[in-house]
Design a protein around this ligand. Sequence first.
Ligand code: G16
Length: 474
Amino acid sequence: SSSQELPPGLIAELMAVPPPNGKKLAYGTAGFRDTATLLDSTFQRMGVLAALRSIACGGQVIGLMVTASHNAVEDNGVKMIDPAGSMLAIEWEGHAATLANARTEEELKAILIALLAIAAPAFPSPSTPTPPRPPARLNVTLVNTAEEENTLYLNDKCGAEFVQKGQQPPKGMEDERDKGRRWASFDGDADRLVYHFYDQEGKWHLLDGDKMAVLAADFLMDALKESGLPPPGDEGGQAGDWKVAVVQTAYANGASTRYLRDKGIPVVFAKTGVKYVHHEAEKYDIGIYFEANGHGTVIFGETMAKAILSHKEKLEKGVVSESEVSKKEKIATTRLVCAQQLINQAVGDAMSDLLFVEAVLRLKGWDIADWHKGLYTDLPSKQLKLQVQDRTVMSCNKDETRAMTPGGLQEALDVLMASSAVAPHGRVFVRPSGTEDVVRVYAEAATPEIAAQLALDASKIVYDMAGGVGVRPA
Ligand code: G16
């Protein structure tokens, strides 16, 4: 409805499912997350919020993903998706939290009427038609699906989080040692992807989001160079005027950052969370972003997309002569066009990322071992998480590489990093999770042993200074 009155009975229905006592619900890194039993009221209210957001977007479709995502099966969550397929606009996250936490009739009415006032002026406006998607085919073997006996639990000893954070194969890989196949792991809502395989010596290797970012950057930079695409605005201008960058988070393996910078590809950092990295990537003509955990995509700016299409038309019409050079240019330009069609530029998803990786590997003539060896070697790393009484006592700087509170914590971590065993390659950072009730610890160093020790020492510091609960890490 575009009327600014609340539908009759709405408040009574919402009051019948009150929010959990003593719990402040927050719209975290990607939606509300908690033990499933605490989220009934939130789910109901997000249905109402989706309707309001739809009104605000001129009647377009809003998505709600109900998911434990990367978390354990007893957890649950709800993410809201905007009409373009991107995460909910950040300025609405506060509205979502106010609605989720409203306890009295008055509080509920106040927030809903305020939201109607924000939303209704935009209604109705013409909706944007959804562009048709191209068809795509690949033969795959599915394992660890819900249908399989004894594997009924989402993410249980499998899934992108289990594989990437634990640096271990998912269950069911025991017989894969000598088969030379490549495997991909998704998370529960299929927006994360990591690859893995056993090499000929039977050693297992992980290819995470950083490896995908580098593969995508290599491929697209080559295509851009070979396409002969004129620079923006001025066809006679200097080459290299298009702005291309890779956006990473503090979790990016240092070796991947070094590799990209050595190749002259700019790298910028953003806070953990697709909504932050995506926003940063939008500032470039081609913005490539993958979080190490496997979330990511590539986005093309509007000017760049138009320039590629018009260049393709010129090449096809023979405005440029049919020489060997122009054949090469045509192929490269077509690759740039196809990459845009294949990749999910709204927010990235595991299926389209998988198809993109498969296509790039095929074009390069690479198998997974070539991809693993052909770019860079990961610095050994270790991730831990630990529970604290209240994770909001911890806060970080803009790119989450340093802890701002509690006071003294970062100084203690700095002392760890300055020790001769750790420097110069070692680093550690800690941050409160936005999806789980934990503090995350990430360490990387010259050897797996040093990385593990660094992560453990940092966990002890967090436990002591930020109110750890349960047994002290040992
Ligand atoms: C969500 C976000 C990701 C983020 C991850 C971890 O993943 O969508 O961008 O990297 O949480 O966040 P945190 O470390 O704050 O818990 P998912 O797959 O659960 O949606």
